[in-house]
Design a protein around this ligand. Structure first.
Ligand SMILES: [Zn+2]
Length: 365
């Protein structure tokens, strides 16, 4: 038997359901959702500013004044799903639907929280940034907002973490490696040099590098995924070109420049290009606001294998964490958010905001 939902939880679930129905997988739908959120927040008495960058809207809502400035961040975009995924339903205290867990449930909790703070104004500043493109890189949303000065003393991204706090996140280094060979007739392969076999040797060399055996307290290993390979056209020819793509997730503490240099040194015959680079996040557990959040949440710190918008804040020296509600199956079928955890999430953030000022005095001595 499940407990009946509280009014608060019902309100959050209803708002999250509404957001899920926007099917925020295209710029048009995302912008429509952003407009809806801006109106909804404004009607709740919250100051709202809408930014537009490269055709995508971001919403920054704010309440209160003074230090510290607490930035809450939620992305409105979701990954694609089946039509059913965009018809949310509540069952056994769970909200099912694409984005319920990643992360429209958290967005709804944060939005409801902002309207409560508009009535019961905190003695610090709280900004809620709702962004359009976390799932596709984040540069046009959070990356842009940070450049516009929408920053603070701590940034909390509401990614799915089951109320634990992700302090660190791996960096991303995606490389395109091109191996060259010599073409020959397929019946006399000994006269040529097979670029596919050369590429496999390149890959093996990368995979056996010592950098992939390093670890940190939060991560056992970096990771390497052979994500793409392209070569060969016909059966009766030795291929003279093979290109492959690797997705490296490196550890906080490792440096992308160093990794690239070492890989280039190990593969002097290959041509290597950087497809994408994203910095790791290395927030310290010693920061007072981070510690305060953890004490209130009563959960653990951990390291996130995937990358999120936290990295844009981290790059500006702002302690950034991922902290979001409970659920399961984000990006997959049967995605759901645990509705009581959406309510609890809002309460933890509220308590944190109420107590943040004390810590600021301590920080400033
Ligand atoms: Zn997410």
């Amino acid at each position: 038997m499940t407990m009946p939902l509280g009014l608060d939880e019902e309100r959050i679930a209803a708002l999250a359901s509404h957001l899920i129905r926007f099917e925020t997988t295209t710029p048009e739908r995302i912008n429509a959702c952003a407009d809806y959120c801006a109106d909804w927040l404004e009607q709740g008495g919250v100051n709202v500013k809408v930014y537009e960058n490269q055709g995508l809207k971001s919403v920054v809502a704010s309440v209160g004044s003074g230090l510290p400035v607490i930035v809450l961040n939620g992305h409105l975009d979701v990954v694609p799903g089946e039509p059913d995924d965009f018809a949310p339903r509540v069952e056994n205290g769970r909200l099912y639907g694409r984005g319920s867990y990643d992360m429209l449930g958290a967005v709804a909790s944060m939005m409801v929280l902002m309207t409560e703070l508009a009535k019961d104004v905190p003695d610090c500043t709280v900004k809620l940034a709702l962004v359009p493109d976390e799932e596709s890189g984040g540069e046009r949303g959070t990356g842009f907002l940070v450049e516009q000065g929408e920053v603070g003393d701590i940034a909390i991204c509401g990614e799915p973490t089951d109320l634990n706090i992700a302090l660190q996140a791996k960096g991303i280094l995606q490389l395109v490696v091109e191996a060259t060979g010599v073409a020959a007739h397929g019946s006399r392969p000994w006269l040529g040099k097979n670029a596919i076999l050369e590429a496999l040797r390149h890959y093996e060399k990368i995979a056996s590098m010592r950098i992939f055996e390093e670890s940190t307290p939060y991560f056992e290993r970096p990771s390497l995924n052979l994500a793409k390979i392209q070569a060969g056209t016909v059966f009766n020819q030795v291929p003279d070109r093979c290109t492959f793509g690797v997705d490296i997730r490196y550890l906080p503490g490792q440096k992308a420049d160093d990794l690239l240099r070492m890989i280039r040194q190990a593969l002097p015959d290959a041509e290597i290009k950087v497809h994408f680079h994203g910095y790791p996040v290395d927030t310290t557990a010693e920061h007072k606001l981070v510690r305060k959040l953890q004490a209130i949440a009563g959960t653990s710190f951990f390291g996130q294998d995937g990358s999120a918008d936290t990295r844009f804040y981290a790059l500006h020296g702002i302690p950034a964490v991922e902290f979001g509600p409970a659920g399961a199956h984000h990006h997959g079928p049967g995605e759901y958010a645990d509705i009581p955890s959406l309510g609890r999430y809002k309460q933890i953030l509220k308590q944190f905001i109420k107590q943040a000022k004390d810590d600021m005095h301590e920080i400033q001595g």
